[in-house]
Ligand binder design. Structure first.
Ligand SMILES: [Zn+2]
Length: 178
């Protein structure tokens, strides 16, 4: 892992990324104990705030799904059937995967839930390692994303119109030169 301490401290002090920006920021998720790569930003699909977990569609082979299946009796995991996730390197608990859950937790069924408290994130842009607990992985409201896409399309359309008018100018000029 290449980062120096000063960068790390600087990054932690900086104001946090804009809401939702974490989901577009390229990063890898690591075990906080031994730094093994557990997942990456392409696999993140949100977070469960009240459980303090990052939701991942995929994890690496360094995440071991415990063979024992547990039944939650109280709290957030009440009436859920789940397995714990362990780091293959240091065997520390890094999260859980829910096999079966009541409808209130339907969104997290079969999703790997990595405990933010046990995860570090290596941010590619700033080459720095930060604690997952300092970041938020909430999905952006869809309307906001759509607005952004609309703006990108408009910018491209404007650019194409400009190119088209330039080409038209050029063809007029070449007509004259004949
Ligand atoms: Zn580990």
């Amino acid at each position: 892992m290449e980062f120096n301490e000063s960068t790390l401290i600087k990054r932690v002090d900086e104001t946090k990324l804009d809401s939702g920006e974490e989901l577009t920021t390229r990063m890898t998720l690591h075990c906080q104990q031994c730094n093994r790569v557990l997942s990456d930003s392409f696999s993140i699909c949100g977070e469960v705030k009240y459980m303090d977990c990052v939701m991942c569609l995929k994890v690496t082979n360094d995440v071991v799904v415990s063979e024992s299946v547990e039944l939650g009796h109280k709290g957030d995991m009440a009436n859920c059937i789940y397995s714990s996730l362990e780091c293959h390197g240091c065997r520390s608990a890094v999260g859980k995967v829910v096999h079966s859950a009541p409808s209130r937790l339907a969104a997290v069924r079969s999703i790997f839930l990595l405990h933010k408290a046990n995860i570090s994130c290596y941010i590619f842009n700033s080459s720095s390692m930060v604690k997952a607990s300092t970041l938020t992985f909430e999905m952006k409201p869809l309307t906001k994303s759509l607005d952004e896409v609309k703006q990108q399309f408009k910018a491209q359309l404007d650019h194409m119109s400009l190119v088209k008018s330039r080409l038209a100018d050029r063809s007029v000029t070449s007509e004259f030169n004949k």
